[in-house]
Design a protein around this ligand. Structure first.
Ligand code: 5AD
Ligand code: SF4
Length: 449
């Protein structure tokens, strides 16, 4: 049943996979006659797409549920849904605990939204946390055929999910429990989606998966897929997130270096700079093995930007072991870095078997040292851009400053460009002549006539 002129408020926590899922839900809802609103008090439907990868985003969800209770009190007709990883993890407990919540559904069930809404309208409270069916080769077209074509592409960038879930069971990580086993989509669906996005003005695509480079479906592996997607005409830029160091190899480094449309950047999480801690984390590689892959890439491609994830204060990590984390930072000089204090996550091996024994102040102090070192490295890197020419994909107009357009480098660094004639989707070479706090500033290079 199509319901006209209803309003939906969709709030997203966490990672790019969640942003992707929210965009999918938005499209399902728009087809049901809902329009998105930023004003929660006028919404007929509220969906929280939650994240539980670390303690902090999960806390944010619970504190927002207080606002929701109040909202439901004022308007008992509003439908409240909790989606994503907290929903998958807490399931029935969440329904029991939060009487204002009408539906709780995991990431595998988001396309059932129309049916779930109808059930709530018939007076039911809905729980959908079953995993989707898939074949024994771990292949499953988890984006339904009717969802392959998008209504629109916002700006010039889009996410395309190629796989979901993870089989690595790193001891700190909740993802295998909230997103399930590692499952790849068939290449046909992915390629159809990529062509559709490009046909609708998409110029940059980010391929998404919890472990993108373990992709395997119908004789295709991640190399085959990256090669095929990067050749799609009209696509300027291809990114992917996140690869695992164990599934990264020199052949992939060769492809990234040779293919102009693959952004000259690699996000490769290393988590900790000590072999003993890496073993406890069950990462299945050593510091040297990680660095050998980075060093090879740098040797053939000195300009490549590398980014990473780090955990500070994993249980039993000593001061000396933590120094190893800083040592890796000094060696690689990451362009972007996402660092987190360790937090115990439900069901994980670390939560069950290892005592969270690094005091909170020590975790905070280590995190601060990581951030301070990164700031020093980053400042030097940003300064070095001044006087250089960088390629920028224009993605928006500056929200406050007239005549200024904004974009990003291949390494995902923000750039403000002083040229009002530029349009979203333009790819320009920019001469950097100044720096702002975290971004670069410049003018388009004048092409020789
Ligand atoms: N504690 C802290 N950080 C974590 N991450 C995942 N699980 C935890 C945890 N329990 C971080 C890792 C991962 C990123 C997405 O989140 O660095 O790469
Ligand atoms: Fe979590 Fe490890 Fe899988 Fe990444 S590779 S999603 S950190 S279990």
């Amino acid at each position: 049943m199509i319901q006209a002129h209803k309003k939906a408020y969709l709030k997203t926590y966490g990672c790019q996979m969640n942003e992707h899922d929210s965009l999918r839900m938005r499209s399902v809802l728009e087809r049901q006659g809902y329009a998105l609103t930023d004003d929660i008090s006028s919404a007929d439907l509220v969906v929280l797409n939650t994240c539980s990868v670390r303690e902090k985003p999960e806390h944010k969800v619970y504190s927002f549920l207080g606002t929701i209770r109040e909202l439901k009190h004022q308007n008992p007709d509003v439908i409240i849904g909790v989606a994503g990883c907290v929903a998958q993890q807490e399931g029935r407990n969440l329904l029991k605990r939060e009487k204002s919540v009408d539906m709780v559904f995991g990431p595998d069930n988001m396309f059932k939204l129309p049916d779930m809404i109808e059930r709530v309208q018939r007076g039911q409270r809905v729980l959908e946390t079953k995993w989707a069916e898939r074949d024994e080769r771990r292949v499953h077209d988890f984006i339904p055929e009717e969802e392959l074509e998008r209504n629109t592409v916002d700006g010039c960038k889009a996410y395309v999910a190629i796989s979901k879930g993870c089989d690595n069971f790193c001891t700190f990580c909740v993802v295998p429990y909230t997103r399930g086993r590692d499952i790849s989509r068939r290449p046909e669906g992915i390629m159809t989606e990529v062509r559709d996005v490009v046909g609708k003005g998409g110029r940059e695509i980010m391929l998404l998966g919890q472990n993108v480079n373990s992709y395997r479906a119908d004789e295709w592996d991640f190399y085959t897929l990256l090669d095929a997607v990067s050749r799609v005409e009209g696509l300027y830029r291809l990114r992917f997130k996140s690869p695992h160091p164990n599934d990264w190899n020199d052949k992939l480094s060769d492809l990234l270096t040779a293919r102009a449309s693959i952004c000259n950047q690699l996000h490769l999480p290393y988590q900790a700079g000590s072999d003993r801690v890496l073993l406890e984390m069950r990462r299945n590689h050593t510091v040297d093995e990680y660095l050998a892959k980075i060093d090879y890439l740098r040797s053939i491609n000195p300009g490549v930007g590398i980014s990473t994830d780090i955990i500070c204060g994993f249980p039993s990590e000593t001061d000396a072991e933590f120094e190893g984390t800083l040592e890796v930072m000094r060696h690689v000089r990451f362009e972007h870095l996402y660092a987190f204090k360790y937090s115990e996550r439900p069901n994980t091996l670390a939560a069950r078997k290892i005592e969270d024994d690094v005091p909170e102040e020590v975790k905070s102090e280590r995190l601060q040292r990581v951030l301070d070192l990164h700031r020093t490295i980053s400042e030097e890197q940003i300064d070095a851009f001044v006087g250089q020419t960088v390629e920028v994909l224009i993605d928006s107009a500056h929200p406050q400053e007239r005549g200024i357009m904004c974009g990003r480098t291949q390494g995902d660094r923000p750039v403000v460009v002083r040229d009002a004639s530029l349009e979203i989707g333009d790819l320009v070479n920019v001469q950097v002549d100044a720096r702002r706090k975290f971004s670069l500033e410049g003018v388009p290079e004048i092409e020789p006539s």
